[in-house]
Design a protein around this ligand. Structure first.
Ligand code: 5GP
Ligand code: ZN
Length: 118
């Protein structure tokens, strides 16, 4: 079972922000911003590449509610999902990073050589 499925099953602890029947949001263990929360579907889906549109529809509303709960809906925030190896995905259970609480830098997010050189 993957690490986020273990969080869903209460096998490992997490600092939960918001939860409903289908989704869970909890603080990232290694925050990259003053507020860094992960939103996940409770059912295991490998990544954004595999998610169905109905789940994404409901996930959208859930993440908007997470932003409200964190009181960053007005000040602004960033939603990121990493996909696969080149996307930098480390945990193979679909998750959306919700980052806020400060003005976020943008330049480092895609710092690969645009010509594809390493
Ligand atoms: P990825 O690199 O897959 O997009 O992001 C995985 C995220 O999960 C990372 O930001 C990492 O800090 C977070 N993470 C990994 N293991 C745990 C854990 O056991 N608990 C929590 N709360 N976050 C985790
Ligand atoms: Zn999982």
């Amino acid at each position: 079972m993957c690490i986020f499925c273990k969080i869903v099953n209460n096998e490992i602890p997490a600092n939960i922000i918001l939860e409903n029947e289908d989704f869970l949001a909890f603080h990232d263990i290694n925050p990259k911003a003053p507020i860094h929360v992960l939103a996940i579907p409770k059912k295991h889906i490998d990544s954004f590449n595999e998610v169905d549109s109905k789940t994404m529809k409901n996930m959208t509303t859930f993440m908007q509610n997470v932003a409200k709960e964190l009181n960053i809906d007005k000040s602004g925030y960033r939603v990121i999902t990493n996909i696969g190896e080149n996307g930098g995905q480390e945990v193979g259970h679909l998750h959306f990073h919700i980052l806020g609480g400060a003005k976020l830098a943008w330049s480092h997010l895609s710092d690969a050589d645009p010509k594809g050189n390493i």
